[in-house]
Design a protein around this ligand. Structure first.
Ligand code: NAD
Ligand code: DAU
Length: 331
């Protein structure tokens, strides 16, 4: 297949491109605007005969139409992805997540192109800490932040384009990814790079909030499975049973990096902060036979710490601006 991967210079998109090159014969065109979150260094070393890079905006109908005409499938990762940024300035989230997705869907409709939409578990809102339930494909939408509201809106566009126009689309909702090449604004890389720089990690509030961690490689294998074998019109949840409180994760990072486990600061909490995410990925496992390979979070986190220690040239250019943004908000 010839794949058009939007947002392929970001964290999870570039992981998917590397996964496709390693595990399939598919060729890839990456369409990425290279916002502050995009970095072509995340695609370094991939064979130029199989991976082509185009800088452009998914809301630009001309470039999207041209590239879609040359593709068998679109895998749509591009988004404004950070909840904290959406609380500060929601507008780019509407432009990219809503208008950008609409632009891609119209091109897929015109060209009859297979479409896979990357969504998030955040569209379901949050769960209580003691709730025995986890999110399933039938959970009601209840987004909390401008980020998750625009992701929910984009999901509903995909569903409408499937039903009304027959676009051959699938949707996946994944939980929190970790691994190499994640921007230092996000929780795990922020704390790792803080410790490397001699800055104390920053925990929002009391750190009781729970996230369901999955290695980015497992997210990529799940997306490829759905792209190749998923049922058109169907939604799949992706998760690896990795629930941990933020406090536990900060303490584990500090301990793996040889620091006292209480050497962190509690800072201003995120407005509307979702308490807990938890994914039930039974459908994906039973219907499509997918399994995560990274069962050991501590081992995966240790490898991620090693990666950030060895790749300062990749993350250092973003670190100062990111910390300046946070310190302006007391975080
Ligand atoms: P990221 O912020 O690391 O990367 C986003 C990429 O999209 C960047 O390369 C950026 O330049 C590009 N982009 C942004 N606006 C664009 C535009 N208008 N046109 C073209 N390219 C544009 O994000 P990520 O964490 O890799 O997330 C990617 C997708 O995965 C998002 O849709 C997100 O909702 C979803 N997701 C992420 C996670 C996670 O834990 N990271 C979990 C579930 C779902
Ligand atoms: O669940 C999937 C989502 O995971 C994706 O849709 C998003 O794109 C991705 O960014 C991520 O969203 P979160 O908001 O959960 O991730 P973030 O890394 O920003 O924060 C994880 C948790 O850590 C959250 O409870 C907030 C907290 N936090 C975050 C930062 C940056 C801190 O305690 N301190 C921090 O410095």
């Amino acid at each position: 297949m010839r794949l058009l991967v939007t947002g392929g210079a970001g964290f999870t998109g570039s992981n998917f491109v590397r996964h496709v090159v390693e595990h399939t014969d598919h060729d890839v065109t990456v369409l990425d605007k290279l916002t502050y979150a995009g970095n072509t260094a995340s695609l370094a070393g991939l064979p130029t005969g199989r991976v082509r890079f185009v800088q452009g905006d998914i809301a630009d109908a001309e470039v999207v139409g041209r590239l879609t005409g040359d593709a068998d499938a679109i895998v749509h990762y591009a988004a404004e992805s950070h909840a904290d940024n959406s609380l500060h300035d929601p507008r780019p989230f509407l432009d990219t997540n809503i208008i950008g997705t609409y632009t891609l869907l119209e091109a897929a409709r015109r060209h009859g192109t297979r479409f896979h939409h990357i969504s998030t578990d955040e569209v379901y809102g949050d769960l209580e800490l003691d709730d025995p339930e986890r999110f399933t494909e039938t959970a009601p939408y209840n987004p909390s932040s401008p980020y998750s509201a625009t992701k929910a809106g984009s999901d509903l566009l995909v569903r409408a384009w499937v039903r009304s126009f027959g676009v051959r689309a699938t949707i996946s909702h994944c939980s929190n990814n970790y691994g190499p090449y994640q921007h230092v604004e996000k929780f795990i890389p922020r704390q790792i790079t803080n410790v490397i720089r001699g800055i104390r990690p920053r925990l929002y509030g009391a750190g009781r909030n729970v996230r369901d961690w999955i290695h980015a490689d497992d997210h990529s294998s799940a997306v490829l499975t759905i792209l190749e074998n998923g049922e058109i019109g169907r939604t799949y949840l992706i998760g690896a049973d990795g629930e941990r409180s933020n406090k536990d994760v900060v303490e584990l990072i500090l301990s793996l990096m040889g620091e006292p486990v209480d050497a962190y600061d509690q800072v201003v909490d995120r407005a509307g902060h979702d308490l807990r995410y938890a994914i039930d990925s039974t459908r994906l496992r039973t219907e499509l036979g997918w399994m995560p390979l990274y069962g050991d979070f501590e081992k995966g986190l240790a490898a991620t710490i090693d990666w950030y220690r060895g790749h300062e040239e990749w993350w250092a250019p973003s670190k100062d601006a990111t910390e300046a943004f946070y310190s302006g908000k007391g975080q």
